[in-house]
Design a protein. Structure first.
Length: 342
């Protein structure tokens, strides 16, 4: 997080932990505002990579699971980066800005993914830099988000994942009532002040909850190499293209799709507990001994109580059995509807 931006957030009442905004004084009220009102959130808990150079489109297209060559300034994409065995190393929100490309991912993976991708640049005209300290991402969501975005930016994108640009500011519509704004660290304070007049400022856990409710997985260090993209519903949200050429893991991912070999899927669920579930924790069906049948992908406190989670579960178990958190006798997951069909 840029030092001046961190100081601005601190002066606005932010409680900052590990270079990310935890809350603004009342986490529970902020979470309810995320459910019923309009919120503004700093997204510095994500990492941000910037790819420049004339070979960047081809390089990213050959490394990631989405069709990067179809990416334009007017549309963003979800994408993933996989091992040769088809296991997801990182999930991205990807967009074009000017002549380059931004990739947003879990902050704990930024350095390792940047270093791994850099090994494959070779003689390509591609430069990869950490943009987390020079750029700021803001999240705007809720019933008045579109009105605020129009007032601040004038023209806003209409389709989901549509993008609009004004000089060095990018606005992406993530859903009908959720937007992300990307700007330089110097521009961020003025935008924050303008948007915060019509929104409740909240911590990053509120944004994580909105991602979970939206069925958007964020791969974390604890869940690297645990899933093929389809287990995370990534082909449903447009992060996998089955018609493009080779990329790491492409053969296994395509075979899984075309032969109907998928036995696990990501579900939305609620867990009633006083202790927060963590990414990578295992799930068990009724009567299981030591054989796990699933794993927590993401978790966040729910305004309705307990914790909402995205969890990869054996499809058969999700349909016919109770699924328990951490042990066969642990709390039962209450499955909830995702905002898209699985």
């Amino acid at each position: 997080m840029h030092a001046d931006w961190q100081q601005h957030l601190h002066s606005a009442g932010a409680r900052i932990e590990n270079h990310a905004v935890s809350h603004f004084g009342d986490p529970r009220a902020e979470l309810h505002a995320a459910q019923t009102g309009t919120i503004l959130c700093d997204l510095s808990h994500f990492g941000l990579l910037y790819f420049s150079g004339e070979d960047s489109p081809a390089f990213l297209h050959n490394q990631l699971s989405s069709d990067v060559l179809k990416l334009t300034a007017a549309i963003a994409q979800y994408s993933s980066y996989c091992t040769p065995k088809g296991r997801v190393l990182a999930s991205f929100l990807l967009w074009q800005s000017g002549e380059g490309y931004f990739a947003q991912l879990h902050g704990g993976l930024r350095e390792s993914i940047q270093n791994r991708l850099a090994k494959f640049v070779l003689r390509s005209k591609v430069k990869i830099i950490d943009a987390s300290g020079t750029h700021v991402s803001l999240g705007l969501a809720g019933n008045n988000a579109e009105t605020l975005a129009k007032k601040c930016f004038g023209t806003i994108p209409q389709p989901v994942l549509g993008a609009a640009h004004d000089e060095s500011v990018t606005l992406i519509r993530l859903s009908p009532d959720r937007f992300q704004i990307i700007c330089t660290a110097q521009q961020a304070p003025a935008l924050w002040e303008k948007l915060s007049r019509g929104a409740t400022t909240v911590g990053n856990r509120c944004w994580d909850w909105l991602n979970i409710r939206g069925g958007i997985p964020v791969v974390a260090p604890a869940t690297q190499e645990q899933f093929v993209p389809q287990m995370l519903n990534m082909e449903i949200i447009g992060a996998v293209n089955f018609n493009k050429g080779c990329y790491p893991g492409q053969e296994i991912i395509a075979r899984t799709q075309h032969l109907g070999m998928l036995k696990r899927r990501m579900y939305l669920a609620n867990i009633i507990s006083d202790n927060p579930p963590q990414p990578g924790e295992e799930l068990f069906s009724d009567g299981a001994q030591d054989q796990a049948n699933g794993m927590i992908v993401n978790a966040a406190a729910s305004p309705e109580g307990g914790y909402d989670v995205l969890a990869v579960i054996q499809i058969a178990s999700a349909r016919t059995e109770n699924v328990h958190w951490k042990s066969p006798g642990g709390p039962v997951l209450k499955l909830l509807p995702l905002p898209y069909s699985v």
